[in-house]
Design a protein around this ligand. Sequence first.
Ligand SMILES: *Cc1c(COP(=O)(O)O)cnc(C)c1O
Length: 450
Amino acid sequence: MNDLPNGFTGFAGVDREGFESAADAIRRQHEERPAAEPAVHGSFQYARDLDSGRRVETELPFDVDKIDDIPPLDQRWAWVEIDLSAIRHNVAETRRFLKPRCRMTAVVKADAYGHGAVEVSKAALGAGADRLAVATVPEAVELRKAGITVPILILAQPPITSIPLLLGYHIIPTVYEPDFAVAYGEAADLHGVKAPYHLAVNTGMNRIGVRFDQVVEFLHQVSFHRALELEGVFTHYATADSPETLDFNIQANRFVDAVNAIQAAGFEPGIVHSANSASIYRYPDVHFDMVRLGVSLYGLHPCPETRNLVNLRPAMSVHARITDTRLVPMSEGVSYGLHYRSPGSVKICTVPVGYADGLRRGLSSNTDFIMGGRYFRQVGNICMDQCMFEVDMRSYGTRERIDPQVGDEVIIVGSQGIAEVTLDEMADKLGTIHYELACGFGIRMKRIYV
Ligand SMILES: *Cc1c(COP(=O)(O)O)cnc(C)c1O
């Protein structure tokens, strides 16, 4: 074989001659293999016809009508647990901060921050939330299709082309452009229905809304339309979670001025609201007629300042089972890049969770897993679908030796005994916020409600 590099003498244990004859043998076997029957639907043709969905004659030792009933946790050894009693607890705890007539909107955008919008909405409404808010029209339609009938607010102005969905599913949009308002009003009028909306006021965040000193002008521009109905006026704070309070107070004062101006001009502002989670606990003065409970519905503190104010319970935990274990000889590497090197006497365990599941790659070798109430170091780069952790096999002091096996359960986010790994600390390590991590864990893994 002339194309082997100079000096190549074969792999360890296989001399150059042996290597060549092995390659030849493989080639010969391949050529001698009879041509395969052309497969119609791959191996599934034996279980269920993929076009008709009908079961077809099979010798397989299982009932093809039952295979879809195999529980999710038996299909994949990685899952997210959502504790709905924690959701209910957080609603009740938050309710204690509100005056009796103050309404509570549960913010369930982004699939309830990764927790599952339909299940969380039902739990929150059952525990005393009055309404729901989402970010997009498809999110609102999903809730309607699940049979939820309470008012649903879209927290931004959707495209004009989505107006039929708003009217058809009774979804309330946020509005701040006259063009949208008029198109929405006209479409409603055409069908003899009302077009309720909430006016977003930009008091300083500069994301969406009519500027605080232009709201009366806006209402004069659109109020000629008889179907349009101002159901609420709201703003959103840029710094409700910051230690400093100056910018927050500027926004709050501008909002109060805007609402007063609306009333002075003879308009009825409807439901006045401004508070997100951080402002609910920190600034009772801005509760007005309704609050919008987002991240704290899920048991997460918006900022360190709220830790002493309210008792919240995180609803999300992330779990997996070990899919592989091995003793890696000293100084051998683990995972892409081989950056982690085994110190010897460690067992490397693999779990089927990776960055495509929300376990961010930036946490590689910088987070702990929990097993049997103890911490274990995640090691090596986190892959797309899997990652590894290290178990010291030596026993020393009073510490009991632990010998993990395939199938053992591991906690990636959550607590067990006194050990705890939180989204908060993961977010700190990554320089991001727990909101983002919760959303990420909700994307691919199956959610189990407990
Ligand atoms: C997302 C959002 C909320 C909820 O904020 P949290 O900080 O999660 O409580 C409230 N209002 C608006 C307009 C939002 O976009």
